[in-house]
Write a protein that binds this ligand. Structure first.
Ligand SMILES: [Zn+2]
Length: 117
């Protein structure tokens, strides 16, 4: 079990957040085994937005802010695809830039260290 990471989760007044006895009631952060937002860490889109508003900028700096454009070139534009129709090998390379296709074997498809033909 873990707590929602939304910094304002306890401020959203819903019945499932109420705790305490009569005269001493309070709202608290939601606790679940998993959550649908913020990569499994926030209970709602509101909590996800609250988290990002408070920590997003610092998180981007921490994990590496992009200062130069990342470029899609012919060299790094290859991706693996699987076709679900037709005859022959269903696996092929597809170049997102040139739209070229090249056949590939199932072994090549499953080899995760292979990233271009
Ligand atoms: Zn929450």
């Amino acid at each position: 079990m873990k707590y929602c990471q939304g910094p304002n989760c306890h401020k959203y007044k819903t019945k499932d957040r109420i705790r305490g006895t009569k005269g001493a009631k309070f709202y608290q952060t939601r606790r679940r085994s998993n959550f649908p937002y913020l990569g499994g860490n926030a209970c709602s889109m509101n909590c996800q937005s609250d988290w990002f508003e408070k920590f997003g900028d610092r998180a981007v700096d921490h994990f590496g802010r992009i200062h130069e454009p990342i470029k899609l070139t012919e060299e790094n534009a290859w991706m693996k695809h699987e076709r679900y129709y037709g005859d022959g090998s269903p696996f092929y390379w597809y170049n997102r830039l040139t739209e070229q296709e090249r056949p590939m074997t199932k072994e090549q498809y499953n080899n995760t260290s292979l990233v271009r033909p």
